[in-house]
Ligand binder design. Structure first.
Ligand code: SAM
Length: 263
């Protein structure tokens, strides 16, 4: 595992459409700024207790957070009494997560693992796997998506649940980008917007008032494609929420959350 300092996208950033590239995006400099992008307090206010309540509804105790990032959900869940294992494939993000947890008085159980080979590094069976913060979008081809979902499925107990979220890419692709600035990316020191959109790529820019700006290249997953894929890898019941609500107009939500039951 190597820590990388600065983002690299080469000479043609919109040509970078590669599931392996995330470790060149979530580098030290972005990990240091990530919490200014999401703003823990505002984000907690925006989503309320949705994930905590949902996990309790399923009697989940042992949680595997596969996209821990800088630890926002892992820490919230630890503080709500869950037993959490925090995984991520980017060492810089995971190191920041550990520091964030430590600053709050917790020793985070961390595993540096790529989702596509998750069970090579994570052992044990969990009541719930969570993959949050629009993370799954970093997989650029169907084979990688199927592989990752199959790995999540295998990490779950027989009656376990996967909670996975995504941006409303249908609306970005079909109607153009808009945001309520209420969920997920809540920081007020940063502007977040796509600088390139096509059916195979959304390239987002995260721009700070000073000179700093970061980019993330993401695959725009359509909602029904994702629901079908979850079903095809074996999940039995899939419930989709729009901005944490059960009823919504298709174009309205900024984000979708899918709750996929294994049994
Ligand atoms: N969940 C956190 C949040 O909401 O703040 C972080 C979200 S960030 C958009 C996506 C995270 O997914 C990054 O920390 C990145 O390193 C991780 N990631 C992307 N592709 C991955 C892969 N193939 N395996 C493991 N982690 C991956």
């Amino acid at each position: 595992m190597t820590f990388k300092e600065e983002q690299t996208f080469g000479t043609k950033p919109t040509a970078v459409r590669d599931s392996d590239h995330f470790t060149s995006e979530y580098v030290d400099s972005l990990a240091e700024k990530w919490d200014d992008i999401i703003d823990w307090d505002s984000r907690a206010q925006g989503e309320g207790n949705f994930f905590i309540d949902k996990l309790r509804e399923y009697n989940a105790k042992y949680i595997l957070d596969v996209a821990a990032g800088t630890g926002f959900h892992s820490v919230r869940l630890i503080e709500s009494g869950f037993s959490v294992t925090s995984a991520d494939g980017a060492p810089s993000m995971l190191a920041k997560a550990f520091d964030n947890a430590k600053a709050r008085g917790h020793i985070m159980r961390t595993v540096c693992a790529d989702w596509r080979w998750l069970n090579r590094d994570v052992h044990g069976e969990y009541d719930a796997v969570i993959c949050l913060g629009n993370s799954f979008t970093h997989l650029f081809n169907e084979h990688d998506r199927r592989k990752a979902l199959a790995e999540y499925y295998a990490a779950l107990k027989h009656d376990g649940v996967l909670i996975i979220d995504q941006r409303n890419y249908d609306s970005i692709l079909d109607d153009g980008y808009s945001s309520k600035h209420k969920f997920y990316y809540c920081g007020d020191k940063v502007s977040v917007q796509p600088v390139h959109v096509d059916e195979g790529l959304t390239r987002f820019e995260y721009k700070f008032a000073g000179k700093d700006s970061f980019h993330l290249n993401m695959f725009p997953i359509r909602k029904n494609y994702m629901r079908n894929l979850l079903g095809e890898v074996g999940f039995q019941t899939i419930t989709t929420y729009g901005d944490f609500q059960t009823s919504f107009e298709e174009s309205e939500p900024d984000f979708y959350v899918h709750v996929a039951e294994k049994k």
